[in-house]
Design a protein around this ligand. Structure first.
Ligand SMILES: NC(=O)c1ccc[n+]([C@@H]2O[C@H](COP(=O)([O-])OP(=O)(O)OC[C@H]3O[C@@H](n4cnc5c(N)ncnc54)[C@H](OP(=O)(O)O)[C@@H]3O)[C@@H](O)[C@H]2O)c1
Length: 325
């Protein structure tokens, strides 16, 4: 396989690979040794954009959060490759029981960044993202705190995730008005089975203002790999029942049938076809793939070499359409 191609993150000068690697599964559904192996395979393929979050995976029994950052930090140290990598993490989720142990206040951000730097074993973050909207904190307070982190060198770029379009525009306006660091990218939930949230308004905002787009769950948590089928056994995995119940309806079944056809016509696999559909959208910078094994990752990486025909894109557009005619 040829190495992953690179592109700019939004309008910044930062070069990132066209597939990012998500690390939510590290220390949850992938143990440390497997996580290291997945990271090694991604790096060997030329990948440089690693996405984590302080809260990963606090929802799992016995997991206090911070585990994904710790595993990633241990790998960076052991391989001595920190400077090759674009390390992205997030702040916002609850990390303790106190009233200020979550959110996007100045107080929590300044505490959380030091905790993330410590767990990752690095002196700066390449990208620091607000994980989701905090209605209790004024946007200028959040941006001022993030701007301070950029100015002291703890953070190089800032981004946001799960923001509604109006909040993203309000953020850009606030940065402009007060001369503060500006969100370079958005991390939205976006894939063939979940289009409207991003496409309704956010896509236009990102295009218009040069915001990089790094979609999460690009395979709908594994649904778009085609392993969830009607009348078939549920695949193994901690998320399997939830994914089955969420996507395997008439619409989901029709989507998988279309992906079957498109994958066959291009002599490729379903997840590659699903990723190639995202990669073909000019607004998309780099989908963030999750992989529990090296084999899963190896199956996904060639997606950047796949160009779908216009006919195939149209077929997938139509079967997953959400706008009313
Ligand atoms: N900002 C946010 O709010 C947010 C939310 C969610 C995720 N994220 C980020 O996005 C990343 C990716 O999210 P995601 O895990 O939902 O992504 P995804 O790419 O939609 O799903 C990944 C899952 O699909 C399955 N899979 C992957 N490749 C496969 C293959 N070749 N064959 C069969 N199954 C395969 C695996 O699950 P099984 O082995 O269990 O089937 C894998 O864990 C996360 O790690 C995290 O960094 C961010």
């Amino acid at each position: 396989m040829t190495p992953l191609p690179y592109t700019r993150l939004g309008r910044t000068g930062l070069q990132v690979s066209r597939l990012a690697l998500g690390t939510m599964q590290f220390g949850w559904t992938a143990d440390r040794a497997t996580s290291f192996a997945v990271l090694d395979a991604y790096r060997e393929a030329g990948g440089n954009l690693l996405d984590t979050a302080d809260i990963y995976s606090r929802w799992a029994d016995g997991n206090e959060g911070g585990v994904s950052e710790e595993i990633l930090g241990a790998w960076l140290a052991e391989r001595g490759c920190r400077n090759e990598m674009v390390v992205a993490t997030k702040v916002r989720g609850r990390m303790g029981e106190g009233p200020n142990d979550e959110g996007l206040s100045r107080s929590h951000i300044l505490d959380a960044v030091d905790a993330s730097l410590r767990r990752l074993g690095v002196d700066h973050l390449d990208l620091y993202q607000t994980h989701f909207f905090d209605a209790n904190t004024p946007i200028d307070e959040t941006l001022r705190a993030l701007d301070d982190l950029v100015r002291v060198g703890k953070v190089r770029y800032i981004g946001c995730s799960n923001y509604p379009a109006w909040r993203l525009v309000e953020s850009l306006w606030t940065s402009d008005k007060h001369d503060l660091a500006r969100f370079a990218c958005l991390q939205p939930h976006y894939n063939l089975a979940h289009r409207s949230e991003f496409e309704r308004e956010l896509a236009d905002v990102c295009e218009r203002y040069g915001i990089g787009v790094i979609p999460y769950s690009p395979l709908a948590g594994g649904f778009l790999t085609g392993k969830y089928r009607a009348n078939a056994d549920l695949p193994d995995g901690a998320r399997a029942q939830r994914i089955h119940d969420r996507y395997l309806d008439d619409r989901g079944i029709a989507l998988i049938e279309a992906l079957d056809e498109v994958a066959a016509a291009h002599a490729t696999t379903l997840p590659r076809a699903a990723l190639a559909w995202l990669l073909a959208r000019p607004v998309v910078t780099a989908p963030i793939v999750g992989a529990n094994t090296v084999a899963q990752l190896a199956d996904l990486l060639p997606a950047t070499e796949l160009t779908l025909t216009e006919e195939a894109i149209q077929r997938l557009d139509e079967v997953s359409a959400w706008r009313e005619a």
